[in-house]
Write a protein that binds this ligand. Structure first.
Ligand SMILES: [Zn+2]
Length: 530
């Protein structure tokens, strides 16, 4: 049993602690009770919206948890929850972690049972053989083949697809009601449901507004009218993305700082574009959607999934570094740089139109320079990387703004806390050369501003001194953009996906007429402490 982590979410901690001392109790309507079970985070992923649901999977029942503030608890932890129960919903006053979860299996052959259900007159397009080919087939676009390539051969999927199983009409988007009906019916049909590592339910569309749902680090995923057309990039994305949640991944975000790449003020606000990384399967994948492709994971997830081996190089001294394209298989090192800046860590990678990223031939914006993602402690349990946009404000559509986020040859990035300066010297199909100058007067960990606790995120306001900007000698360097870049093909169709924190209305096309790339890459950063 792990150490109990206590999170008092309201001022009624003392009262709920008393309730907690009473141990697990049977829930009753409208009264504060204590329940125990597994804490489950489910991402809802749709073309027009994304959201997160929180559940308590208790022994006899599943409850939807309502928080006033999202807790920083690892999904799948065993928890004790105190709150007001109304039906299958709990307004949480207090939640304690009683046991931390084991890390999900991310290597080897994972087994998957896809249960295909329908109800009433509702139906899906997928067939049993079609879904089998979609998930496990030899076609290079299948989910199994995609994961084999994206994981450098570390992970594959095998399993079974059921015939159509009729279940009672759920009369709504009751995810765990569907699980209960589907798994029960599958068992009745002879499937050993418990023998599979993961269970995917493919159901008719209609009740749930999202195309897919996935438990973070859990066992269940839900698709709605999926697994029917391998030529549809978005249909391919959904199961790969939801299984990515099962592997423990949250979304791959973009750091949204308006007209700036990064600033302390922006970090203190925790302002992110939920699916902002356009070139990560856990991001919006919009370029891939339209080109029939599914983008690879970026370097941070690849490292944490255990697939990257020695491919990442932690930068410990100033110098010139060469990185190979992220997609290359074989024993190649390095394929990413990791730079520690205390509460922030940076991940540097180069993407080419190779492997699962072959669709990038149509999107040179993803390959013109290097991609820089960072990690900041403010995200709490959310392990998603934050893509840095070195051409901020190039589109009025927030997630489209990240399509050209790369740091390009000749550009310099000054780390927001002055921990390092990085210049892209060259980019080719073989790799990128990057010069990194670490600050030498103080070690990075001492120089970096400490992260704010998650609980203070909403209240955090930048101090006057933190907003102060001084002219920097590096600013001029970073604003120089050598040569004019050939612009990629302009898309004229609206994005199929509205993101959680997108600033543009659903269906609003990227403001292509204003996609002139700003001159600065990091003009908002304070003066580095060289
Ligand atoms: Zn998702």
């Amino acid at each position: 049993m792990g150490t109990i982590t206590r999170m008092c979410l309201l001022v009624v901690c003392a009262a709920t602690a008393q309730a907690g001392a009473a141990g697990a109790a049977e829930a009753s309507e409208g009264r504060s009770k204590t329940l125990t079970g597994r804490y489950v985070v489910v991402h809802a992923d749709g073309k027009l919206s994304g959201s997160v649901r929180y559940y308590l999977r208790a022994a006899e029942r599943t409850y939807r948890l309502r928080f006033k503030r999202r807790p920083s608890i690892r999904p799948q932890a065993r928890v004790q929850v105190a709150g007001v129960v109304e039906g299958a919903s709990v307004s949480v006053d207090d939640i304690d972690v009683t046991a931390t979860p084991a890390a999900p299996d991310t290597t080897g052959m994972e087994t998957l049972l896809a249960i295909q259900v329908r109800w009433g007159s509702a139906s899906r397009q997928s067939t049993k053989p079609g879904a089998e080919a979609f998930l496990f087939g030899s076609d290079q676009r299948s989910v199994d083949q995609w994961y084999r390539k994206a994981s450098y051969g570390k992970l594959g999927w095998t399993g079974a697809v059921t015939e159509d199983i009729v279940i009672p009409d759920p009369h709504g988007c009751d995810l765990y009601g569907i699980v209960t009906s589907a798994t029960g019916a599958a068992r009745d049909s002879g499937y050993d449901v418990d023998a599979y590592d993961r269970v995917m339910i493919n159901a008719p569309a209609g009740y749930c507004g999202s195309a897919g749902y996935g438990e973070v680090g859990g066992r269940f995923t839900w698709l709605f009218d999926g697994l029917s057309n391998l030529s549809d990039g978005y249909q391919r994305l959904v199961p790969a993305h939801e299984l990515g949640h099962n592997l423990g991944r949250w979304h791959s975000h973009g750091l949204e700082c308006g007209s700036e790449t990064i600033s302390h003020e922006c970090l203190s606000r925790g302002s992110i574009d939920e699916y902002g990384n356009a070139y990560d399967v856990m991001g919006n994948n919009w370029p891939g959607d339209t080109a029939g492709g599914v983008a690879m994971f970026s370097a941070k997830p690849l490292i944490e999934l255990g697939w990257f081996g020695g491919r990442a190089l932690e930068v410990a001294s100033s110098g010139s570094y060469r990185i190979a394209p992220l997609e290359l298989a074989g024993a190649i090192s390095p394929q990413a740089l990791v730079i520690d800046a205390g509460s922030r860590r940076y991940y540097v990678e180069l993407r080419r139109a190779l492997g699962v990223d072959d669709f990038l031939t149509a999107y040179p914006e993803g390959t013109n320079g290097i991609q820089v993602n960072m990690r900041h402690d403010l995200l709490g349990a959310d392990n998603g990387p934050l893509n840095l946009d070195f051409a901020p404000g190039s589109s009025t559509c927030s997630y489209c703004d990240f399509f050209d986020s790369s740091l390009d040859p000749g550009q310099t990035f000054d780390e927001v806390g002055g921990a390092f300066r990085m210049t892209v010297d060259a980019v080719s199909d073989d790799g990128a050369t990057v010069s990194v100058e670490l600050a030498t007067s103080l070690p990075p960990r001492r120089r970096s501003r400490p992260a704010l606790p998650a609980s203070s995120r909403a209240a955090a306001r930048p101090s006057a001194s933190r907003r102060t900007r001084r002219p920097s000698r590096t600013t001029a360097r970073s604003t120089t953009r050598p040569g004019a870049r050939a612009r990629p093909p302009v898309r004229t169709t609206p994005s199929p996906r509205e993101l959680t924190r997108s600033r543009c209305a659903p269906g609003t096309p990227p403001a292509t007429s204003t996609r002139r790339r700003p001159r600065t890459s990091s003009r908002s950063t304070p003066l580095p402490l060289w």
